[in-house]
Design a protein around this ligand. Structure first.
Ligand SMILES: Nc1nc2c(ncn2[C@@H]2O[C@H](COP(=O)(O)OP(=O)(O)OP(=O)(O)O)[C@@H](O)[C@H]2O)c(=O)[nH]1
Ligand SMILES: [Mg+2]
Length: 442
């Protein structure tokens, strides 16, 4: 990392201020030149300074903060200039830094350097992005906890335990004349099984991780005119979709995100399903089926103002399913004695219960969040699946009384996979563990 990178850290556009950040070995020198040779403030002190072009003409005036590596976000020398928030003036300051020798940063370039310089692990670097893009308070909380290193720490604990087990096994490999003591073998195996359980616990958070990051794909399904678009509008709080007493009003799918007690619901209003001669409507109905196939949650709606009917939907594997009954304000007598969640998009009746039901089905809400606290992403999930497979292979190899080399091989695969989550690399470490904890010279 010889280069010094620069970027506008605030959003592009007109604002009160905008901040430009420099990081790298030349950061301080480049800033000094841009200030027309005027001294930089002491690290972590604020000073008012002018940025000047090559002829000494002032481009902008603003606040300069200097950080001395490694005590900075990236771990390198950093300078932050906060100037007037105009598009042109900000651009000109940026260009001045580039002219003096800074390189435009790639997306995530500063956080990448923070990781490479050991300021944070990979899960924390990812959490920075999650935090910025969080759409709900729950997603934000999950990101903050990951940024604090909770997930990285869990993975590190698992890896450290596997490292200890591998070191034990390696000792037997080095001294083939000694058989593994059955008691040691038993405790090793139990320890591996315990770590596998921890991996399973982390894997179980993958669904909620995806939900928090991307939202729950929630499809509103039902016959025409039952009130699907009315439900979308009601949950959104404004008239997004056309509502009409004519059947077949909605033909396209309409997608909007609502925040339901911290859970992002990606609500999808669909064309009502019926036999139709209309080509456009048929196409809409085909899209409805496509949406159902990809749903996390299907809300199947029926109309209480019409005579009783059996529900019609086959919900695909993996999707959650909620049946609701709309228009309770115009209840048809044939529904007498039938149970189910009754609502009215007209009067708002049943909506608190509906929200309870949805957050219950997703087993996710702000009050129960403390129990989960981590939520792995797709990359973590892939690593965890590999780690689990490695651990299972190791346990099986021990059960089959194979040579310890085989067990160790599977364990190393598991460790590499789990280490990838936080971005740790090992090999030398295993040796260190052996020589550190075992008296080889005995
Ligand atoms: N009385 C009563 N009428 C309702 C209620 N919810 C919706 N409606 C009415 O039912 C009619 C159909 O509502 P929509 O929301 O357009 O129904 P939809 O399921 O989206 O219909 P399609 O788009 O045709 O599939 C409209 O006239 C709404 O005003 C309710 O809770 N009570
Ligand atoms: Mg509709």
């Amino acid at each position: 990392m010889e280069s010094t990178i620069v970027a506008i850290a605030t959003p592009v556009g007109t604002g009160a201020v905008s901040m430009i950040r420099l990081s790298g070995p030349q950061a301080h020198e480049i800033a000094r030149i841009a200030l027309g040779g005027k001294s930089l403030p002491q690290p972590r002190r604020v000073a008012l300074r002018k940025i000047r072009d090559a002829d000494g003409v002032v481009i902008d005036e603003g606040v300069v903060v200097v950080f001395k590596g490694p005590a900075s976000y990236t771990g390198e020398d950093v300078v932050e200039f906060t100037g007037h928030g105009g598009v042109v003036v900000t651009r000109k300051v940026l260009e001045r830094f580039i002219e003096i020798g800074a390189t435009p940063a790639e997306p995530g370039g500063f956080t990448q350097r923070a990781f490479l310089n050991g300021r944070m692990d990979l899960t924390q670097a990812e959490a920075v992005m999650d935090l910025i893009s969080a759409q709900t308070s729950l997603a934000l909380r999950s990101a903050t906890e990951q940024l604090e290193g909770r997930l990285g720490k869990s993975c590190e604990e698992i890896r450290a335990s596997l490292l200890g087990s591998t070191a034990h096994l390696e000792a037997y490999i080095d001294f083939p004349e000694e058989d593994i003591d059955p008691a040691v073998g038993e405790s090793l195996k139990n320890s591996l099984i315990a770590q596998k359980e921890k991996i399973n616990d982390l894997l179980a958070t993958a669904d909620q991780g995806r939900i928090l990051r991307e939202g729950v794909r929630t499809v509103i399904y039902g016959k025409p005119n039952v009130g699907k678009s009315s439900l979308l509008n009601k949950l959104l709080g404004y008239q997004r979709a056309i509502v009409n007493s004519r059947e077949g009003t909605t033909r396209d799918t309409i997608e909007e995100v609502v925040n339901l007690r911290g859970i992002p619901l990606r609500l999808i209003d669909t064309a009502g399903v019926r036999e139709s001669e209309d080509e456009i409507e048929q196409e809409g109905i085909a899209m409805t089926h496509g949406q159902v196939a990809r749903a996390d949650l299907v809300i199947e709606m029926q109309d209480l103002s019409r005579p009783y009917e059996e529900p019609l939907l086959e919900v695909p594997d993996g999707a959650k399913h909620l049946r609701i009954y709309n228009k309770v304000d115009e209840l048809h007598p044939s529904w007498e004695g039938k149970t189910g969640l009754r609502i009215s998009c007209e009067t708002g009746e049943g909506f608190p219960e509906l929200e309870n039901e949805i957050s219950g089905i997703l087993s996710l809400d702000e009050s129960s969040w403390g129990v989960h606290s981590v939520a792995v992403n797709a990359r973590h999930q892939a690593c965890l699946v590999r780690a689990k497979a490695g651990l299972e292979a190791a346990v099986n190899s021990m059960l089959a009384d194979e040579e310890p080399e085989f067990t160790a091989l599977s364990l190393r695969e598991a460790m590499a996979a789990i280490g990838e989550i936080a971005g740790v690399v090992d090999t030398e470490e295993i040796l260190g563990e052996i020589f550190g904890n075992f008296c080889i010279g005995k």
